[in-house]
Design a protein around this ligand. Structure first.
Ligand code: AN7
Length: 364
């Protein structure tokens, strides 16, 4: 006899570890349960004996890890009677907020830096019908305005300063341990506001100890490695940055909202922060596509850029098991991808068998 279980999102799946009750109306689009893919070619290419897995969060319903947090945050906003949510965003949070607001039947207001969010994210947010407020300023300025306006208008903030966001996002760590049977040795993430690195740490920590009578699932926690773009690297600078710049627009953030929490993660996990030039980040993005068939957005590849660097220097030793989170889908930012491949010249030919045959045989 076969039994069928339908996956209906991370809140249902991990409900005994999340702040919901039997009467909570769950707002879900089937987020979570994303692939943990072992890299086969890149470890060989770099000539090191390491196991690298990527957690491909680009396969969430709106194409990024934000859906985990948004499912939880919107569920709680609705439970508390909120009619509208608001966020500042470099693009992915706005797409997720917009989608989950539609699902819940409430309004979404999103503040985005004009001209600085990737096309795919803008397209999504428009399609979901959010109220888009473009500001002539950056994410940090938008975030500051969102915090101020929430005192003057009946809106629930769904940026990662909303603690339910981190509750939802911690489930990614649960999934990894559930699949591997143990926590990895190292976990590498791109860092913007540092909400996600905090959420993963919370998830790993929770799984490593008995919680509400549920026995521990793992016997250890990973070392947490947070990587930033060099032009937007407050953690490596040790102070806030006023004019962050990077091609990885998702992490074009100079005033991280989870500053203290992330430093705590670094200390407790004995981890570190580092930063990389845009060229290194783009090279890692291209490497994932060209050698593994995995397309992530530029910001996401920062995790792999960092891991490769730390493996090369030996900071991450051979024999380690490493997980890199790929936070967003490559389709989010087609412009940067096409720009990266501007030297690839697709041939144009007549629509004839002879011409196609020649195009193939000339390239074998
Ligand atoms: C693809 O959408 O802040 O360190 O407003 O979209 O938890 O902030 C996005 C952040 C990494 C950084 N990768 O995560 C937003 C926003 C991608 C992202 C991050 C973001 P945090």
């Amino acid at each position: 006899m076969t039994t069928h279980t339908r996956y209906t999102g991370l809140i249902e799946h991990y409900r005994d570890r999340l702040p919901v009750s039997d009467s909570t109306r769950i707002i879900s689009l089937g987020e979570g349960n994303t692939p943990l893919i072992e890299l086969h070619n890149i470890p060989r290419l770099i000539g090191k004996d390491v196991k690298i897995y990527v957690k491909y969060e680009g396969l969430n319903p709106t194409g990024s890890f934000k859906d985990r947090g948004m499912s939880m945050a919107v569920t709680k906003a609705v439970e508390e009677g909120s009619q509208a949510i608001i966020c500042a965003s470099t693009g992915n949070t706005s797409a997720a907020a917009a989608a989950y607001a539609v699902r819940a039947g409430i309004r979404a207001f999103v503040l985005i830096p004009e001209g600085k969010i990737a096309q795919g994210k803008l397209a999504q947010t428009l399609m979901y019908g959010a109220e888009i407020i473009q500001i002539r300023g950056n994410f940090d300025e938008g975030m500051s305005l969102v915090k101020q306006v929430a005192d003057h208008a009946p809106v629930t903030i769904v940026n990662s300063i909303n603690p339910y966001r981190l509750e939802g996002q911690k489930t990614a760590a649960f999934e990894i341990v559930d699949e591997l049977g143990e926590a990895p040795d190292y976990h590498c993430l791109p860092v913007g506001n540092a909400g996600n690195i905090t959420a993963y740490w919370n998830g790993y920590s929770e799984y490593a100890k008995e919680t509400n009578g549920i026995p521990a699932v793992s016997s250890k926690v990973p070392v947490m490695c947070g990587y930033q773009a060099a032009g937007a690297a407050p953690f490596t600078a040790g102070k806030m940055i006023d004019n962050p710049e990077t091609v990885a627009t998702a992490i074009r953030i100079g005033h991280p909202q989870s500053w203290d929490l992330a430093w705590n993660v670094q200390k407790q996990s004995k981890g570190w922060f580092d930063s990389f030039a845009d060229e290194k980040i783009l090279a890692a993005q291209k490497m994932l596509s060209a050698y593994e068939g995995i397309f992530c957005e530029p910001a996401s590849a920062t995790s792999l850029a960092g891991a490769i660097n730390d493996i090369a220097t030996g900071k991450i030793p051979e024999g380690s098991t490493i997980v890199c989170t790929l936070t967003g889908n490559g389709l989010k930012d087609p412009d940067t991808a096409i720009q990266q491949c501007k030297d690839a010249h697709p041939v144009s030919i007549d629509a004839s068998l002879d011409a196609v045959k020649k195009a193939i045989l000339d390239n074998m």
